[in-house]
Design a protein around this ligand. Structure first.
Ligand code: MN
Length: 639
């Protein structure tokens, strides 16, 4: 019990002290032989009822009363007896009330807090927890308040009436004090709430300060040594650590995370390790064992940028989750995607809400366009490096900073990422060596890469969580099945590519450009199978690769359909975004849009203007300079 001076009516020289219980005091705070300020709340034949606090009240029997009383009168009482049924009886205290010769001291309830790290040892006992509300979910039964303190997040069930919101004045973001009993529930620990109150004023500030300090410490990423020695990579480390901090903080705050990643091999090598690292960290932080599946969702993005379709869907899901599950709006994590001007409209759609955006990418960025929209942006081009540091390589280190125990499962992943994007980094050899120590020779790594690409195609808009984990052999230990599964998928992929090219190659149109490059054109609409693997982008890419190998010269390949063209080039200094913006002006009514990277990209136009657009395009390619040094100076996106 704590006592503090609360007010001094009358003279200050009185010897007597009268105690005034705070509203939240319980019978435990009442001591014998001490005077308490009470208020009369009812009068009956046999005495008066008095309140000492919200939950402390009792009878003063008429046999010990003198004079007349009215409801609302103050009375100074002391505890006479506690009856067997718990009812309290009081009697007037022996004190000179009329003379006002006493000092009033406030009594606040004794809340000894129990940290959420000690719930297991307090099962079945009433405890007090102080923390911030991070989610309020109304079920058909109780209201579940998810509350975080310095140690973790615990669900607290408060029951008002089935399906009725308990404590409607308490919202996400409030700092509260919960009195309740921890119980086991479906494999998790949950606190059954007896009382829940919003902290105000100084007490709330103090609690918030304590929580913030603890949160900042716990958000610190782990200091891990990189898997390989790579000075170029080290330039990006501070940036990655910043993102690791932000993501850990997001988990500690109970905010959901939505991951959107490029639907290719590198994109999956980036997204899956981060997803699993975050899931494990969420499981450590949250008592609710379902928290990992509710708080992180990974979805592929088909385009090499954040499409408006994806953004509106993401936004709608986020708003629905807030409405249905009382969740906070998510943080959006863009991986192997999200650095260009094409991402801007979708990002802008999200800025109308509190949705932080983080992008980790190695596609040529447009920091002027996206800089202000991103809360963090990691991209090798921002540090005078380039696509050779792939997003998968970056994100394996990020995953380790978030949850270092995952390291042993990830050593082969950067090599898969590098091979998928055909990174020409010298460091790729070190990664391949690292993978070899784990039993992955280069053929097996290539198979994983092909299998991922093939699976991504058929999964379409599905994340394929389990299958992709099995293909990447993360959080999965059946090695024999892994070898069989990836070679099955990889062989299927190769056979289907061969079938596609068998038909397409004889329809290839060749032209020697004035600048010395070969130009190959293929009508993928009429001379390739549609709606099957490989898609037009990859079909064009495969043709392109065969022609580079065959000729050894600079090559440009254009695969076109009725209203789109896919471009691939090697050894030619193209600037596709620039070409697209020129075409917009030069072909009026062409409806030209698109872009991508300098030498790999795609263009859309209206069907009726296809000839004009492609003719203009070829003219530009003819003007382009030959530049061996630029060979493949971009990630390979086969969409
Ligand atoms: Mn990539």
């Amino acid at each position: 019990m704590t006592r503090e001076a609360a007010g001094v009516p009358g003279d200050d020289d009185g010897d007597s002290v009268v105690y005034d219980l705070d509203a939240d005091c319980t019978a435990d705070d009442v001591e014998r032989n001490q005077p308490y300020l009470a208020e009369i709340n009812g009068i009956v034949d046999y005495g008066v009822f008095v309140d000492l606090s919200e939950s402390v009240s009792g009878l003063v029997h008429e046999s010990v009363l003198e004079g007349t009383y009215a409801v609302g009168d103050e009375l100074v009482v002391e505890l006479e007896t506690v009856r067997d049924n718990g009812d309290l009886a009081f009697e007037p205290a022996d004190i000179d009330v009329e003379g006002d010769e006493y000092t009033v001291e406030g009594i606040s309830h004794d809340y000894t807090l129990t940290g959420t790290n000690r719930l297991e040892s307090s099962i079945g006992e009433q405890i007090h927890v102080e923390g911030e509300v991070v989610q309020v979910k109304q079920t058909g039964g109780p209201t579940i308040f998810h509350i975080t303190d310095e140690f973790g997040v615990v669900p607290c069930a408060a029951f008002e009436e089935a399906g009725v919101r308990a404590y409607p004045q308490v919202e996400v973001g409030d700092v509260v004090r919960v009195t309740g009993t921890p119980e086991h529930r479906e494999g998790s620990v949950q606190i059954e709430v007896d009382g829940l109150s919003k902290l105000e004023g100084e007490i709330a500030e103090e609690a918030r300060e304590r929580l913030d300090t603890a949160l900042e410490e716990r958000a610190e990423p782990h200091d891990v040594d990189s898997l390989i020695d790579w000075p170029a990579f080290e330039k990006l480390r501070p940036n990655l650590e910043e993102v690791a901090t932000l993501l850990r903080r997001t988990v500690l705050e109970g905010r959901p995370i939505r991951v959107r990643h490029h639907a290719d091999g590198d994109g999956m090598c980036a997204a899956v390790p981060v997803q699993i690292a975050l899931e494990r960290f969420i499981a450590d932080v949250h008592e609710d064992e379902n928290a990992p599946q509710h708080l992180i969702k990974r979805l592929p993005a088909k385009a090499p940028f954040y499409e408006m379709e994806d953004a509106t869907r993401d936004l709608n899901f986020a708003l629905e989750d807030r409405e249905k599950h009382g969740q906070q709006l998510p943080l959006l994590l863009m991986l192997d995607n999200g650095s260009t001007a094409e991402d801007v409209p979708a990002y802008e759609a999200l800025t109308h809400y509190d949705i932080p955006i983080v992008a980790i990418d190695h596609h040529h960025p447009d920091p002027d366009a996206v800089g202000d929209l991103l809360d963090a942006h990691v991209n090798p081009y921002l540090h005078d490096e380039d696509y050779r540091i792939t997003t998968g390589m970056l994100c394996v280190e990020l995953a380790r900073m978030i949850y270092p125990d995952i390291t042993d499962e990830l050593r082969h992943v950067p090599a898969v990422a590098g091979l998928s994007d055909r990174s020409k980094a010298d460091a790729l050899d070190d990664y391949i060596e690292l993978a070899a120590d784990e039993g992955y020779d280069e053929d097996r790594l290539q198979d994983v890469s092909e299998a991922l690409d093939y699976a991504a195609f058929w999964l379409r808009y599905n994340s394929g969580d389990q299958l992709i984990q099995d293909l990447l052999q993360i959080d999965s230990d059946d090695e024999q099945r892994h070898r069989e599964l990836i070679s099955f998928f990889a062989n299927r992929a190769r056979e289907e590519v061969d079938e596609q090219l068998d038909a397409a190659m004889s329809h290839l149109e060749h032209e020697d450009l004035d600048n010395g490059a070969h130009l190959y054109r293929i009508d993928v609409e009429n001379y390739a199978h549609r709606f099957t693997y490989p898609a037009p982008g990859k079909t064009t890419g495969e043709i392109h690769d065969r022609k580079i190998e065959e000729t050894g010269d600079p090559v440009i390949t254009v695969g076109y359909g009725p209203d789109f063209a896919v471009l691939r080039s090697d050894g030619v200094r193209l600037d596709i975004p620039q070409m697209v913006s020129e075409l917009e002006d030069e072909v009026p009514g062409g409806g030209v849009s698109g872009g991508g990277h300098l030498v790999v990209g795609s263009i859309k136009f209206v069907k009726g203007k296809r000839e004009d657009v492609i003719d203009a395009l070829v003219e530009k390619m003819e003007e382009a300079e030959i530049d061996e040094a630029l060979s493949s100076a971009a990630p390979i996106d086969d969409d």
